[in-house]
Design a protein around this ligand. Structure first.
Ligand code: SF4
Ligand code: SF4
Length: 237
């Protein structure tokens, strides 16, 4: 399935130590947060068969216009999924998610590698969502030991983000450019400045396909053959 992940602002304040936000910061130019006008414009350009992923390279629940974002997705009849740490959740945002539920809905469990720490309010939301299963929870993702208070039991694996985090072991596929997630390299990422890049492992922004301010989504997708896929050789996928 064609997928477009949204990175709605950057950098991500959660600062997981396995996430190379410094590499992203050093390579990105342009506005730091997507305006509401740009969001409406960009999502209006996306074909209906493309799933929108609220994941990307920053926590989407901390986006200023999150509630409006869900309304725009619904108005445009776009399917979407959410990968979230739940940092930034409020009653209003939870209501929006319940009214137009994502699928899948994955909670990236707060762990000891995150700079941001959970509190009582966070735990109330975490337990409420887990117990009610509303919106329906697909699964938990866990990349390190959960922070105190989180009630789940899950194994975890380190992740190098296609070699962008130099401190984590990287599996190398002999430098080959293939992707087990997307045969046609069609799990791309939209950045706040309108750029679309190869994927959510491309923190160095080496695989730029184009910009929605200059071209249609399909025109940008047609550039995929020329895009730099060198990082794929250092990626676990
Ligand atoms: S892994 Fe996700 S939550 Fe952690 S810093 Fe990166 S984008 Fe933010
Ligand atoms: S870097 Fe990894 S996830 Fe991204 S396109 Fe290459 S193989 Fe797929």
């Amino acid at each position: 399935m064609r997928t477009l992940e949204l990175t709605l602002y950057l950098p991500c304040p959660i600062l997981c130590n396995y996430c190379p936000q410094d590499v992203l910061r050093d390579n990105y130019t342009g506005q730091k947060e997507m305006s509401l006008n740009d969001l409406e414009k960009y999502l209006g350009m996306i074909p209906k068969d493309v799933r929108i992923d609220l994941s990307g390279m920053s926590e989407s629940l901390l986006y200023t216009h999150f509630v409006e974002l869900i309304r725009i997705l619904e108005n445009n009849k776009l399917n979407y999924c959410v990968y979230t740490t739940l940092f930034g959740i409020t009653e209003e945002k939870l209501e929006a998610l319940r009214n137009y539920p994502p699928n899948p809905f994955v909670i990236h469990v707060p762990d000891v590698s995150m700079r941001l720490k959970i509190n009582e309010s966070y735990l109330e939301f975490f337990d409420k969502i887990s117990e009610s299963n509303n919106p329906p929870l697909t699964h938990y993702a866990c990349f390190d030991s959960p922070q105190d208070g989180i009630k789940i039991n899950k194994n975890y694996d380190p992740h190098s983000r296609a070699g962008n985090n130099k401190e984590i072991y990287t599996s190398v596929k002999n430098g080959k450019a293939h992707c087990s997630l997307s045969k046609d390299f069609d799990h791309n990422v939209l950045l706040p400045n309108g750029d679309i890049i190869l994927c959510c492992m491309d923190y160095g922004l080496t695989g730029r396909l184009g910009n929605l301010n200059d071209n249609s989504y399909e025109e940008i997708r047609n550039n995929i053959g020329d895009v730099n896929k060198k990082i794929c050789g250092s990626c676990i996928y």
